[in-house]
Write a protein that binds this ligand. Structure first.
Ligand code: 0A1
Ligand code: ZN
Length: 875
């Protein structure tokens, strides 16, 4: 907590640590209000200077330097301890006491459902004991946990269990040894009365690894999918990356109170229960996919993050961008790479692009921060993954894997930088990748303007590209691979023939597909023998995270949507058509003129829906309307109500014009087989529920929607029906919502969905609904999932409610954020997101949003987390 401007950390100030910790022995005597932590470190001097250890909110009991009490010589302040040590090599034994029961920030050691659990990334270890809490200090950890046996059946920490037994007074203990050196942010401890499911995995070199998932006893039936996902992850990492697991045991613990998705602690991953627990009646396809992806993500960190870690927190994207790329590829290989790519692009555009255009915009390698927790962002993670994908696109799978191999050969057991990663990629392939640096240090989404020039006489087509960054005075062009193809006017692929001059920068991947290598701010590519009216297919596979501008006609978009060989481009073309339609309607509504749906929109939509050869999941994604947030992004000033009106209009138009087809598709996709999480069933449900959402607009199909709800077949279908009922105020929606609550009141994750459903429904009483839910007995500010389900969803997705013209939506959220900041600063800071985009609204709303931010910033005791975001947004 802070009143004056807090300290800013800069990348340029990086200095190696003056001391190293060769090994550390930790002993925990667990007790809710007085946990005693004894920390013995074997330390060694590396450079001149006093010993400075990080530590926060700790009660210091004693400090022994080689057995001698030195507590009186220590200088203690709110961020740590300083001690002048003359020795080169010594043992420092520090005893502290902490109160896990009162830890509502969920950082360090805390309680969740009467269990103990830790979260140390980024800088939580300093809330457990005094330490060199920085990722480049690697040490070997031994951990002894002592606790009451009846309340803590399991005592867990990193590594392998080497000793355990009973003690006096109803206590017992366990000793864990982790043979791998690690930074303290990967430390973990868990204790409590959990239940476990067990399995094994045999590695490619024949070692049997124990797999254990720990959950609260009531959840024991919901672990099967998580265990399958873990085994698939282990196998996939062996097969695709040649990476094997390196301990005898791998444990996952699911907890209900967690600030993020999950954490890759060595050998002992801690998960938000949302990303572990599933059964068909309670979890949707999206939940199942999320679990598989997050289990994969945390498991993959064992190599990309743990074995090779980050030198400092400015390198966060080194582990996160790379690991997100790996989990994306894992999901793509498990399900469908085309569908996964589109899902990821949609997420990036809806969430990362706005971040990159707002006041918190930062490069994937930030150059400074006040609170590191604020930099676990869509930019560092998702744009970071896009940048790793650039290497993959440029080098191909084989070249990329060569780079990975060299990276591990050089850096296993080290704490390194993004430059080290780039060097490994470059050296393994004998290429120069220095220009990739520009992706790491420049913020904002690049604009890519493409124009064409066709010479009918020579039949040459010139494609000219210009790249730029918004608001950049010193723009440095980036290395951009552009996936490219040409269609003739019938939609047939054209054989690509770059001219001699262009050939050096055009890498042909097949006769009809190329990657254009853009390295300059302006660059042209010329192709020969191009038929008249050929249509360029650009940025295939979304080959770079940019905003593409090209003046396609509606007819050209329709052709691409129907015929291009790249599924991303097909999806994108249709989405652009739909977006243009909404925008045209917005303009018409704003100037009170009439506007009719263009016939080509209906025609392509109809033909896509009829195309039986296309994966139904792709059809569903192509015919889903662009998200409201993404539509808003297209405007300087977002007119929330009109955009919502235009969006609803287009939905109703497509529902009406294609009613018969939606019905056919719906009935074709209905499937009474037991729920399975597989590609075919997921795709079928996706298309069926899209059809249902359109049919739900029309009053004559209300019974169909109700029937699907009442069938209670699986949560994907139940939720789709309920969402549609609420959106269109189905006469039975209140009753359905009530029955849903009654059935699931003891299941936290399902009750989160119940809150979300209501918080996202956009209508005139959205605010009152949300306010009433704040008073509900199941709402609590101390549970991050519940807060996200209600306040996070309302402020991010309920545009109509949050942006109410009278400012009441802003005020309600501001009050909750201030209360939350006193309990959990990390979550409070995240809830500020929607406020940071105040510049995009009309003047009256701008003023109200700024006032709310100022009020939050002025709160006595404001956290650094909230301070950083609120002050940067107002600057
Ligand atoms: N490294 C984790 C994310 C994570 C970060 C911070 C946390 O607490 C502040 C928790 C988890 C991952 O990428 O999954
Ligand atoms: Zn991660």
């Amino acid at each position: 907590m802070t009143q004056t401007a807090p300290h800013v950390n800069y990348l340029k100030d990086y200095q190696p640590s003056a001391f190293s910790i060769e090994s550390v022995y930790l002993e925990f005597e667990l007790s809710p209000l007085a946990t005693r932590v004894t920390n013995s470190m074997q330390m060694q001097r590396q450079a001149k200077g006093d010993l400075r250890l990080d530590g926060e909110n700790l009660k210091l009991i004693s400090v022994l330097l080689d057995g001698e009490e030195v507590i009186e010589q220590c200088q203690i302040d709110e961020a740590g301890l300083t001690l002048a040590v003359a020795k080169e090599k010594f043992t420092l034994r520090i005893v502290t006491e902490i109160e896990p029961q009162n830890n509502t920030a969920l950082e360090g050691l805390y309680r969740t459902s009467d269990n103990y659990c830790t979260q140390c990334e980024a800088e939580g270890f300093r809330k457990i004991t005094y330490y060199l809490d920085r990722p480049d200090v690697l040490s070997v950890f031994t951990t002894k946990v002592i606790a009451d046996k009846s309340e803590n059946r399991f005592l867990l920490a990193n590594g392998n269990l080497v000793d355990s037994g009973d003690l006096d007074n109803g206590k017992h203990f366990a000793v864990w040894q982790d043979p791998h050196k690690k930074p303290c942010y990967l430390f973990a401890l868990v204790a409590g009365n959990l239940e476990k499911v067990e399995d094994t995995f045999t590695t490619a070199d024949g070692r049997e690894v124990k797999l254990e998932i720990f959950v609260e006893p009531r959840n024991i039936e919901k672990c099967e999918h998580a265990m399958e996902s873990l085994k698939k992850s282990m196998k996939w990492d062996e097969e695709r990356f040649g990476l094997l697991y390196d301990l005898d045991i791998f444990m996952i613990v699911a907890v209900d109170d967690f600030n993020m998705g999950a954490m890759e602690n060595k050998g002992l991953n801690v998960f938000n229960s949302k990303f572990v627990l599933a059964k068909p009646e309670t979890a949707t396809d999206i939940d199942y996919e999320g679990i598989e992806a997050v289990i994969g993500h945390e498991y993959f960190h064992n190599w990309t993050g743990n074995r090779v870690t980050c030198r400092d927190w400015f390198q966060l994207t080194l582990k996160e961008g790379l690991t997100v790329f790996r989990d994306q590829e894992f999901t793509a290989d498990m399900l469908s790479s085309a569908v996964k790519r589109i899902e990821d692009v949609r997420r990036l555009r809806s969430n990362q692009f706005p971040e990159d255009a707002g006041p918190m915009s930062h490069p994937i390698q930030p150059q400074s921060y006040i609170e590191m927790n604020n930099f676990y962002t869509m930019t560092v993670y998702e744009k970071g993954a896009e940048v790793v994908r650039l290497y993959h696109t440029l080098l191909g799978e084989t070249g990329f894997q060569k780079g990975m191999q060299l990276y591990f050969e050089r850096h296993d057991g080290q704490a390194v930088t993004v430059q080290d990663f780039r060097n490994a990629m470059a050296d393994a392939n004998g290429v120069n990748l220095e220009q990739m640096h520009n992706w790491y240090v420049q913020s904002g989404t690049p604009n890519l303007e493409v124009t064409r020039n066709y010479d009918a006489v020579t039949q040459k087509l010139t494609i000219s590209c210009q790249q730029s960054l918004p608001n950049s005075d010193d723009f440095q062009p980036m290395l951009m691979p552009i996936g490219f193809g040409l269609l003739d006017k019938e939609g047939e692929p054209v054989t690509l023939e770059p001219t001699f001059e262009s050939a050096a920068n055009v890498e042909l991947r097949s006769d009809t597909h190329a990657v254009l290598k853009l390295t300059q701010a302006q660059q042209s590519f010329v192709f020969e023998d191009v038929p008249a009216d050929a249509v360029p297919s650009l940025l295939r596979g979304f080959s770079a995270p940019v905003k593409l501008h090209f003046d396609y006609s509606n007819q050209e978009l329709a052709l691409l949507a129907a015929k291009d060989e790249d599924s991303f481009v097909r999806w994108e073309a249709m989405q652009t058509l739909l977006l243009r339609t909404v925008q045209a309607k917005v303009a018409a509504l704003q100037s009170c003129i009439d506007y009719q749906l263009p016939s080509e929109v209906i025609e392509v939509a109809r033909s896509l829906l009829a195309a039986k050869e296309i994966d139904p999941a792709l059809v569903a994604m192509t015919l889903s309307l662009p998200e409201l947030g993404y539509i808003g992004e297209q405007y300087e000033v977002v007119d929330v109500d009109t955009i919502y009106q235009a969006h609803s209009w287009l939905e109703a138009e497509l529902a009406n014009h294609m009613q018969g087809q939606w019905l056919d598709v719906y009935h074709r996709c209905v499937n009474d087989a037991p729920y399975q999480y597989d590609k075919a069933q997921i795709a079928e449900r996706m298309l069926k529920n899209l059809a249902l959402s359109y049919l739900g607009v029309l009053s004559e199909h209300q019974s169909l929607v109700l029937k699907q709800y009442q069938a209670q077949h699986n949560m994907t279908d139940v939720l789709a029906a309920l969402k549609t009922m609420l959106k269109h105020q189905h006469p039975r929606s209140v009753e359905a919502l009530q029955s849903f609550y009654e059935r699931w009141q003891d299941d936290n994750l399902v009750i989160d969905k119940w809150f979300t459903l209501q918080a996202q429904t956009q209508n005139d009483h959205a605010l009152q609904t949300t306010q009433a839910l704040l008073q509900h007995k199941d709402f609590s500010l101390t549970n991050p999932n519940r807060v996200r389900s209600l306040l996070g969803v309302f402020s991010r997705l309920n545009l109509v409610g949050f942006h109410r013209a009278d400012g009441a939506g802003y005020q309600m959220c501001a009050e909750q954020i201030m209360q939350l900041d006193a309990l959990n600063p990390q979550i409070a800071a995240r809830l500020l997101g929607p406020f940071t985009h105040w510049k995009r609204y009309d003047e009256k709303r701008q003023q109200m949003m700024r006032n709310a931010l100022q009020q939050i910033l002025d709160r006595k005791g404001v956290s650094k987390d909230v301070y950083e975001i609120a002050s940067k947004s107002l600057a």
